[in-house]
Design a protein around this ligand. Structure first.
Ligand code: DC
Length: 233
C-alpha cells in the first residue's frame, strides 16, 4: 500500500536545478510534475507572436482570454510538453527572445492570476511536484513540503550556458549571465508575488552537491512528511 500523496513545492532562482530535481522526484514517487515557468514562457511566446502591448491592460486581458495552456505527455521523451492553443511549443519557449521578455510578462497581475488559478486546480488531487518562484508562497501555501533552492551564481551561469549552447552555439557566457541577473532581479523585486523563501521552506544549496546526494537528501524530507498510511488509504 503506497503512502497518501502530498504536494511538493519547489521555488528558487533561475537555473538552480529546480526542474531536474522536480522531474526526478515525480518519476520516483509517481507524481505529476508541473513546470510552472513553462506556463509563463508559453504566455510570453503568445504575446510576442501577437505583438501584444503589455502596457495596455485591456489588450493583455483580451490576449489571456485567447490562451489555452495544457500539458501533454510525450511518450517519446517521457515528459510532459506544454501546449499553447493545442500546439506543442516546447521547442520555442526556451529561446533567448522568450527568456528576455518572460520576467516582465510574469510580473503582470492578470497574467499571474490566470496562471496561478490553473496551477491551483492542478494540485487538487495532490501527488504533484511543481517548481517555480511562488509555489510555496502563493500557489500552494499549505504544501506539505516546500523547498527553496539556491546555488552559487557562477555555477548557475555555467549550467544555463551549457544548456543554451547545446541549441545555439552563438550564445556567450556574458549574455547568459546578464539574462540570469536581470531575471533574478525582476523576479525578486516585482510587486506581484515576488520570489522569496516561505518561512517554512527548507533551504537547499546545491552548489557542491552531486545530483544523487541532493536526491537522497530530498527523498528523506519527503518520507518525513508523507502522512502515515491508513488501512483505507
Ligand atoms: O523557471 P523558468 O526560468 O523557466 O521561469 C521563467 C520565468 O517565469 C522566470 O523568469 C520567472 C517566471 N516565473 C514566475 O514568475 N513564477 C513562477 N511560478 C515560475 C516562473
Amino acid at each position: 500500500m503506497s503512502a497518501p500523496k502530498i504536494i511538493i513545492a519547489i521555488d528558487g532562482y533561475s537555473s538552480c536545478g529546480k526542474s531536474t530535481l522536480a522531474k526526478e522526484l515525480a518519476r520516483r514517487l509517481e507524481y505529476n510534475y508541473v513546470d510552472s515557468g513553462a506556463m509563463y514562457r508559453a504566455i510570453t511566446l503568445y504575446f510576442l507572436r501577437n505583438q501584444v502591448d503589455i502596457s495596455d491592460h485591456s489588450k493583455v486581458l483580451d490576449a489571456i482570454a485567447n490562451i489555452n495552456l495544457s500539458f501533454v505527455f510525450n511518450d517519446q521523451d517521457q515528459r510532459s510538453d506544454i501546449h499553447l492553443n493545442d500546439e506543442n511549443v516546447e521547442p520555442y519557449i526556451r529561446d533567448m527572445i522568450v527568456s528576455e521578455k518572460v520576467s516582465e510578462v510574469a510580473a503582470i497581475r492578470e497574467v499571474r492570476s490566470f496562471a496561478v488559478g490553473q496551477q491551483k486546480r492542478m494540485g487538487r488531487k495532490k501527488g504533484i511536484v511543481m517548481d517555480g518562484r511562488d509555489i510555496g508562497t502563493a500557489v500552494f501555501p499549505d504544501a506539505e513540503l516546500k523547498i527553496f533552492m539556491t546555488a552559487d551564481p557562477e555555477v548557475r551561469v555555467m549550467r544555463r550556458f551549457k544548456e543554451m549552447y547545446a541549441v545555439n552555439n552563438h550564445i556567450s557566457i556574458d549574455e547568459v549571465r546578464h539574462n540570469l541577473e536581470l531575471r533574478d532581479y525582476i523576479d525578486s523585486t516585482r510587486e506581484e508575488s515576488p520570489l522569496h523563501r516561505a518561512a517554512d521552506a527548507l533551504l537547499l544549496d546545491n552548489s557542491g552537491l552531486t545530483r544523487e546526494k541532493q536526491f537522497d537528501l530530498v527523498l528523506g524530507w519527503v518520507k518525513d512528511r508523507e502522512p502515515a498510511t491508513t488501512p483505507n488509504s
